[in-house]
Design a protein around this ligand. Structure first.
Ligand code: 4AD
Length: 440
């Protein structure tokens, strides 16, 4: 007898097969029992005799039975296996599940976020929730493919670091034997160093932020899709690369996950031809003109400003995304390249999508002396950056730039999720590391 996964059995009508999976839903009609059995590939309806009534939701079973075509009027177009059902002959209980804390059989779980996360190992099994991470996988796979096709090398950066990567207070110190180290805020320094070895690099990297605020778009541990490219002729090449990546991601998600997009009632973000690019100073003027809200003296866009710019991009360029460029020098990290035409501004950008920042990027200072001067200007001691970071610049670094796309940010925005925690398998925030942390 063939052991098949559930998606495969559709093409085995009339054959006896064995499937393995979990009891998704059980409907007991006394003499006959209907079960939806789920494995990683899909769900199938199984019809069994009264002996199946002893099973419970989430029990792990093997079932042997005959694959049968469903009568026309019983076809379920919502199911991949909706044209067939399995007439069960026997089952083996591999592992019993305890009574569930809530009904997992509903199309929408409808739980509050704390409950969704308190029972994470269980709620992740639910079809609609699991789908988020199939989309996320496609985003990562497309990132890897796009970068490799463009000649980038995938690298792994350490996440235990001796200095706070980008400066600032948002780092987690760790006790490192009898010394102090930090969790990396970003693979920034390493991806830059590796440009001097591989020219173009990318990494899928965990990054840690000690953000002391609880918001719907910040995690304390997130995944960055980071890229860095050497020998650029212009910093705009970095934006071009990011744009190609986003277009590829939307195309792949649309092609591979139409059903999930429908389930979430969303479409992939639109880019009519290209993503509009606008200087921050011009963006702030536009916001003032369009809304009367004056943030022209602010160094950055606030969330309301980001939402307004997204609206503007949609209305004027048919694009759900917009690049905002030339952030003020004093507001960007010390490695950001100043605009030669106006050193108060940098050759940097943010990609704003649906009112949120998804990407930060730009050109980096590649001249050793200039970088050392800047580190001092930023109030830091270059000695802390000497090894390994400055060493790479001391011995020759080409003009280079890069970007980071937040994986959970893009996932939440593509699927229209209300909270970034829903886009992380096991989200960490100020108040939760798997369990809600007890107050100290
Ligand atoms: O804007 P950020 O802090 O930039 C950097 O880390 C630079 N080293 C990137 C570069 O190449 N210049 O972070 C980059 C992206 C953000 O745009 C956002 O999508 C995501 O990482 N991100 C977070 N996602 C979830 N929770 C947080 N606390 C995040 N902080 C940043």
């Amino acid at each position: 007898m063939k052991k098949l996964n559930i998606a495969q059995i559709v093409s085995h009508i009339g054959e006896e097969v064995e499937i393995r999976g979990w009891v998704n839903v059980i409907r007991n009609h006394k003499k006959i029992v209907f079960l939806d059995i789920r494995d990683a590939s899909g769900v199938v309806q199984v019809v069994g005799d009264s002996s199946f009534a002893q099973l419970s939701p989430e029990d792990v079973v093997t079932i042997k039975g005959l694959v049968k075509k469903r009568p026309e009027k019983l076809i379920n177009p919502k199911l991949l296996t909706g044209t067939i059902e399995m007439e069960a002959k026997s089952f083996t209980l591999l592992a019993a599940a305890q009574e569930l804390p809530f009904d997992m059989g509903k199309e929408d779980l409808g739980l509050t976020l704390p409950v969704l996360l308190d029972y994470r190992s269980l709620t992740l099994r639910h079809g609609k929730i699991r789908s988020i991470f199939k989309v996320q996988e496609t985003i990562v796979t497309t990132f890897r493919k796009t970068m490799k096709d463009a000649g980038f090398t995938e690298v792994q950066a350490p996440t235990i670091v001796a200095t706070a990567t980008e400066g600032g207070a948002e780092v987690f110190p760790i006790s490192y034997f009898d010394k102090k180290a930090f969790l990396a805020q970003s693979p920034q320094f390493y991806k830059q160093i590796l440009v001097s070895i591989f020219e173009k690099v990318f990494t899928v990297a965990h990054a840690y932020r000690a953000e002391p605020s609880v918001t719907t778009r910040h995690l304390t541990e997130y995944v960055g899709l980071d890229a860095e490219m050497g020998f650029i002729d212009s910093w705009t090449e970095v934006m071009d690369m990011a744009e190609t990546l986003l277009k590829n991601i939307f195309k792949a998600v649309k092609t591979e996950h139409t059903d999930i997009l429908t389930q979430y009632g969303v479409e992939v973000p639109k880019i009519e031809s290209s993503i509009p690019r606008i200087k921050l100073t011009e963006a702030k003027e536009l916001i003032f003109k369009r809304t009367g809200r004056d943030i022209r003296t602010e160094p950055d866009l606030d969330p309301e400003g980001e939402r307004e710019m997204s609206k503007w991009a949609r209305e004027t360029h048919g694009s759900d995304l917009v690049f905002v460029t030339h952030y003020p020098t004093k507001k960007r990290p010390m490695y950001t390249y100043p605009d030669p035409e106006n050193p108060e501004e940098t050759l940097s950008f943010d990609l704003i999508g649906k009112g949120q920042e998804w990407i930060t990027g730009g050109q980096r200072i590649n001249n050793y002396e200039q970088l050392v001067t800047n580190i001092k200007k930023w109030g830091q001691d270059p000695i802390h950056f000497e090894i390994p970071y400055l060493q790479a610049f001391k011995y020759g670094m080409p003009p280079e730039g890069g970007f980071c796309l937040g994986l959970e940010r893009i996932t939440m925005n593509v699927l229209g999720l209300a909270n970034i925690r829903e886009a992380s398998l096991f989200p960490r925030d100020m108040e939760r590391v798997d369990i809600a942390l007890p107050k100290t």
